[in-house]
Design a protein around this ligand. Sequence first.
Ligand SMILES: [Zn+2]
Length: 439
Amino acid sequence: MKKAASLFLALSFLALNLTALDLKEAEKYKNSTFEKLIQDIQSRLDNPSLPEPELSKEAQDDHLKSDPRNYLRVSARDKKERTKLLELGMDIVEVRKDAVLGFAHYKDVQKISEKDFLILEKKTFYDWVMSALKDFPAADAAYHNYAETQETLKALAAANSDIASFFSIGKTIEGRDIWCLRINSSSKVARKSSKPGAVFVGTHHAREHLSNEVPLLFAAYLMDHRKDAEIKKYIETLDIYIIPLFNPDGAEYDVATGKYRWQRKNMRVNADKSIGVDLNRNYDATWCESGSSHSSYSDTYCGTGPFSEPESQAMKKFVEARKNLKTLQSYHSYASLIMYPWGGLYDPVPDEKDRAAFIKMAGKMGELTGYEAIQSSDLYAASGDTCDWAYAQAKIFAFTTELEGSSFYPGAGIIKNTVEKNIKAAVYLLSMTADPYKQ
Ligand SMILES: [Zn+2]
């Protein structure tokens, strides 16, 4: 056997070991139902236990100390100032009335102060993490990691094999599969369907773990309620795709050491050895024009070109192969918002009928969740996101939901309530998928 081939095999085995649960663990997911998943989350909350971290305490500390980012609070009063900060590489994690909070690489901190922004507070990443979150909370193990998400989806497909199937839409840069559960009473895996299609995707951004739980538990909910008249009708008349963990490399990296790493991007090793491209800035819709950075070390880095990343390429191929798709929901956290295009432009979408449909659907989902419905760029402009591209490219009514919470790591106690209200909004979106213009 050639060296390269044996190395490849060895790496594949390693990858398998890293991603698969052992048989006993996988067995646990066999009869996944919504109620069981919620009970499991509760029992893990009540009996927190953590797997052995990959790194020793000292190595964790060293890793955090070597993070080149600073935590910042910067004066910013409107969407234009916030957009400018994103372009300067700031990773805005929270918007307040007169200021934004977030991270920036130390080189970007320099640029931000040179542009006359007032930096109200600045800490090293290490000091920030130490003050914000002392330890990886053991109860957060209740969140589903990559292997658990994979097993849950697989188990749901197996238990409902007449209407559900499980397939990969493509591989990440580190070679993980991006898993999709498809629900369709007459078509399976990647076979085409002429029924109107709906897509639910989570976790473009690695540290937004709550955005994996919502679509994952929604999948279980649909399977549990498959005999209910309303859900049954959607299963029979629609083509439903659920992709909870779009950036598994980043999500695994975020939790691998026993301390959260506040990872946002994917795990691309850039030319300058910095890590990651912002997958929600990498789509071909006014790519890298506003609210994103050309600097590879920035957290809002848009990549070397539109669709430079295997993850966004996988979504491109997925959408382009399915002309039947009508609605899309992309989950993020945390701002309690339901957002519609454009994100990359301050202008509203030009088609009045479409605009009215967007506003109506976002408004209704806002009522059902208690979140505020806005045009995406009202928060700040951000080019190259999933939803602008899906609408511009394929006329898909695409929404970004910013889930709730007071942090990217709001604890597992928030999961149940967040999931329940967002399921109502997701079911409503299904009700609109056949005819988004419906009154
Ligand atoms: Zn996000």
